[in-house]
Design a binder for this molecule. Structure first.
Ligand SMILES: [Zn+2]
Ligand SMILES: [Zn+2]
Length: 125
């Protein structure tokens, strides 16, 4: 396999096997364990290409650095730890969200982010 293909493959493997969304730096560090010499610019380039091809989704939450996840993941929401700034996947959705809408409004999509402390941060002073 060509070097560039191996790099891209390593980046993809990190994204698709992660149980939570990752930042480019997370991806760079983890992909670097399987293929040497993966730099942050390579990660950004690969992510851009994978987004264009519909494999990867960009998660943009105000005030949080961009995270990325496999686009094949089913509908879900996020938990942001305000201490370690890690983003976690939440399973499922809430019933009856559309009941919040005023009469005559129609929901097309929604995002839910819950903010708090993650399991490893919750006990810390
Ligand atoms: Zn945390
Ligand atoms: Zn939902």
């Amino acid at each position: 396999m060509a070097y560039k293909t191996r790099q891209r493959d390593a980046i993809w493997q990190v994204v698709v096997s992660s149980d939570r969304p990752l930042t480019p730096l997370d991806i760079c560090e983890q992909a670097g364990k399987s293929v040497e010499g993966i730099g942050i610019a390579t990660v950004y380039r690969a992510l851009k290409q994978m987004i264009a091809e519909g494999q990867v989704r960009h998660i943009d939450i105000p005030g949080v650095q961009p995270h990325y996840e496999a686009a094949s993941r089913t509908h879900h929401h996020f938990f942001l730890c305000e201490r370690c700034q890690r983003l976690f996947d939440l399973v499922g959705c809430l019933r009856g969200i559309s009941s919040l809408l005023p009469d005559g409004f129609r929901m097309k999509r929604h995002e839910i982010v819950i903010y708090g402390d993650c399991e490893s941060c919750v006990g810390k002073a």
